[in-house]
Design a protein around this ligand. Structure first.
Ligand code: SF4
Length: 326
């Protein structure tokens, strides 16, 4: 029987809980994956890691762990795999890329999640492009760690086309903490984007996914657009949330806990469809277009799969591309 301070410690309420994350290696036949979907705005993907420690409640990429028979949706954020990287093999893979092709880095994982501090795989990939020219690269992240590579990205961009897209779903730090518990705060993300813009790298902001009743208010979207303009972003993008079974398994319990008044409507809608189209999507498109006009965020269209837009991506165990089309 516990007594004294031992009992007090045992009975104390948890203030915060950080899930234990395990890093593992993953032998990979290839780092560069051909994109299977014709509707995709990119032809190749590179995901240096499998899994993502940021643990966003709406993350659609959880399915990639199912290929490894890791079927608990939370495994995606607890077991992070760093892929093998061989410079020579990767350089050979690049021979298949045509000049007009886009390579999207970070479509089913965040390439600048905490694992990148240890393993530097994204940096190693980018270093290969230092010695190349004429490639088109689009990086998507929620991490301010990308600013570590500002000089490198600028050097790669001198002879290739490089876009960095920062996902900012809300400027409300408390809401962001709820939705994206382990990702850096929105202001840190934007600070990193500003550093990249100062270094001469083309940058944009993705406000996706937009979730009805959570971050879809006009004021919320406008706050993101205003902040994007302030850091020198050239484009803004937003799409409604996309939720397949593996994402719903995490998102619905989250709603029940944090937004119980929305849970029923979400449950009913996503039992029938995994995306939100129709009038809602049209209204959102119009709102975003108006914000792009107002804040001058329409320099370029994105060539990347911001968040929920298009899901391709990681090869299944057979090595063949698996696609979850929206
Ligand atoms: S949505 Fe992106 S950043 Fe969030 S957990 Fe998934 S892969 Fe990571």
């Amino acid at each position: 029987m516990l007594t004294g301070i031992a009992k007090l410690a045992h009975d104390g309420a948890s203030l915060a809980h950080k899930a234990v994350v395990e890093y593992r290696t993953l032998p990979s036949r290839s780092l560069l994956n051909r994109c299977a979907g014709e509707r995709m705005p990119f032809q190749w993907t590179i995901n240096p890691y499998r899994g993502c420690e940021f643990g966003c409640k709406y993350c659609y990429a959880r399915y990639t762990h199912e290929f490894m028979e890791l079927r608990d949706p939370l495994d995606f954020e607890r077991a992070i795999f760093a892929k093998d990287f061989d410079v020579r093999a990767f350089s050979r893979e690049l021979r298949a890329v045509k000049p007009e092709d886009w390579i999207a880095i970070g479509t089913a994982t965040d390439p600048y999640q905490p694992a990148e501090r240890r393993y530097c795989l994204t940096r190693k990939v980018l270093e290969v492009f230092l010695r190349r020219e004429g490639f088109q690269l689009a990086i998507t992240t929620k991490s301010d760690l990308v600013a570590r590579d500002a000089e490198l990205l600028a050097a790669v961009a001198a002879r290739n086309r490089v876009r960095v897209n920062m996902t900012v779903t809300t400027m409300d730090a408390d809401l962001a903490r709820m939705l994206e518990p382990m990702a850096p705060r929105p202001d840190l993300r934007l600070g990193a984007l500003a550093a990249l813009a100062r270094a001469g790298v083309e940058v944009g902001v993705a406000a996706s996914p937009v979730m009805p009743g959570i971050n879809d208010g006009a004021a919320s979207l406008e706050a993101v657009a205003r902040a994007a303009q302030a850091v020198g972003a050239g484009h803004l993008w937003a799409q409604p949330v996309f939720l397949k079974a593996c994402a719903l398994a995490v998102f619905l319990p989250f709603l029940e806990e944090r937004f119980p008044h929305l849970a029923r409507a979400y449950r009913a809608h996503f039992a029938r469809k995994s995306h939100i189209g129709g009038e809602y999507e049209a209204r959102l498109r119009a709102t975003v277009q108006a914000l792009k006009n107002k804040y001058g965020l329409r320099r370029t269209a994105p060539a990347i799969p911001w968040g929920q837009m298009a899901l391709a991506i990681e090869p299944g165990p057979s090595g063949s591309p698996e696609t979850l089309a929206t």
